[in-house]
Design a protein around this ligand. Structure first.
Ligand code: AMP
Ligand code: ZN
Length: 115
């Protein structure tokens, strides 16, 4: 846990969030500035800054995040039309919050390549 981290504060329930899923390792909540009809952030409950900080000891976190995202996508009826999962890593990717998070985006079409 990191006392200055906004996602750690959400995990500790020090600031509110619209939580849509929780298990022992993962918390998922609505993105406050949604970029799509469905925009959910999935975070590990441990403070890891970014995807490039993962190592073999904590690589299970990635599968937990992706499996939770798949479950939420199924529950929200996104499976048929599809959805996008995004990890922004570091400055060039536009990572704002330095607590690893997976974006689940759905409910509209997305362009490729990204801007
Ligand atoms: P990134 O650019 O990948 O670091 O994405 C960070 C995301 O966190 C952005 O989409 C923000 O809208 C979102 N965000 C920041 N603060 C909060 C918050 N307190 N509750 C929910 N989402 C947030
Ligand atoms: Zn944190």
């Amino acid at each position: 846990m990191n006392n200055n981290c906004v996602f750690c504060k959400i995990i500790k329930q020090e600031i509110p969030a619209d939580i849509v899923y929780e298990d022992d390792d993962v918390l998922a909540f609505l993105d406050i500035r949604a970029q799509a009809p469905v925009h959910i952030l999935l975070v590990p409950k441990v403070h890891i800054e970014k995807v490039s900080d993962l190592n073999e000891n904590v690589s299970y976190i990635v599968s937990k995040l992706v499996l939770a995202a798949n479950k939420i996508a199924r529950d929200k009826g996104l499976n048929e039309d599809g959805y996008r999962l995004v990890f922004n890593c570091g400055e060039n990717a536009g990572q704002e919050v330095l607590h690893l998070h997976l974006h689940l985006l759905g409910g509209r079409k997305f362009t490729w390549p990204p801007g």
